[in-house]
Write a protein that binds this ligand. Sequence first.
Ligand code: FES
Length: 127
Amino acid sequence: MTAMRDVCALDDIPRDGKKAFKIEGKRILLMRKADEVFALENRCAHLNLPLSPGKFDGDFIVCPFHRARFCVRTGKLDRKAFLLGRLGKECVPTFPVSVTDGRVQVGLEPVSHPAQPETPQTDQPSA
Ligand code: FES
């Protein structure tokens, strides 16, 4: 199990807002939806520019530079919203977060998420 680092009070992150931190050399963006907190690496998968100035709508963070959208739960690119072409990577690393007694802790080992199919499953004709 990854060691968790105490980062801040929950109330240090605005409700439905975000705050960037540097923790042991890693750039982490914490985003708060109600009392739930998500942690992504504060670096876009396209050109490694910071995501922190981007718009957070509760489910996605939108890169302020070329508008790639990443799911705050999985870090995965939302392809429908990014029309500029290929990214270097398909997702932004996410990190485990816990909130205990009003304090936010983050683990610095990225969470891996199962791959999702690129295209929807199609029905196979029956033999
Ligand atoms: S730097 Fe984020 S989409 Fe280009």
